[in-house]
Design a protein around this ligand. Structure first.
Ligand SMILES: [Fe+2]
Ligand SMILES: [Fe+2]
Length: 232
């Protein structure tokens, strides 16, 4: 049973403001490199990119944890949600490693990409968490598109629809005779769920910014009124 209708699965979010456009632009640049390097080698693409996709949840979770400690306040479920996302992405990796073995060059690429991406995302989340969540959400939109391409290649018999790996059958509770296509379908739904969660987190941070701005404005107005009353 699918968690998404076709429309809900493929929906794209129009950037709202400068920071959203920056986040989308960063994702589009990464997509150009991924398309150039992997082309239609979807198994390899999944292995390498899932090593990157599993980073933001762990970074965001750790930084939200530290923030909750600093401010001594409830995290409203953010930490678990983000750590679950990282764990889910790692399971994508553990599944696709049964389908495609990365080349020696790809293994080197994974190490360098992790070093670069972990630090860059950490800095982004530290100084601009809203943009960081929007960036991940746009990345997940691209992941949905990539897995749709994977499905199309399987349906066109460009890739062999092999039996699903055991690890995937156990994790997603798939039927014993499930095939790779069934795995790609559930993975794609996971990516759509990450997309929606990260857009929602970015929206929540936007609302908090607006509320803070409104509060500061009303405090300034109240102070101005109090001064007028004293002068009068
Ligand atoms: Fe993934
Ligand atoms: Fe994802």
């Amino acid at each position: 049973m699918s968690r998404y209708t076709d429309d809900a699965l493929s929906k794209r979010r129009v950037p709202d403001g400068f920071r959203d456009r920056i986040a989308l632009r960063m994702v589009k640049v990464m997509r150009v490199f991924a398309d150039f390097f992997f082309k239609k080698r979807y198994g390899h693409r999944a292995v390498v990119l899932e090593t990157v996709a599993a980073v933001p949840g762990m970074v965001g979770g750790a930084l939200q944890h530290l923030k909750a400690l600093r401010h001594i306040r409830d995290d409203q479920g953010w930490i678990k949600e983000l750590l679950d996302e990282a764990d889910n992405e790692r399971m994508h990796l553990m599944t696709f490693i049964k389908i495609a073995q990365p080349s020696r060059f790809e293994r080197v690429l994974i190490v360098f990409a992790q070093g670069l991406f972990y630090n860059a995302y950490f800095a982004l989340y530290l100084f601009a968490p809203r943009t960081a969540h929007r960036f991940v959400a746009y990345l997940e939109e691209e992941a949905v598109i990539s897995y749709t391409g994977y499905l199309e290649a399987l349906d066109a018999s460009e890739l062999e629809n092999v039996p699903a790996p055991k690890i995937a059958i156990d994790y997603w509770k798939l039927p014993e005779d499930a095939m790779l296509r069934d795995v790609v379908l559930v993975v794609r739904e996971d990516e759509a769920a990450h997309r929606d969660t990260n857009h929602a987190f970015a929206d929540q941070l936007t609302r908090q910014e607006t509320d803070r701005g409104d509060k500061e404005l009303s405090e300034v107005e109240n102070r101005a009124k109090a001064r007028e009353n004293v002068d009068a």
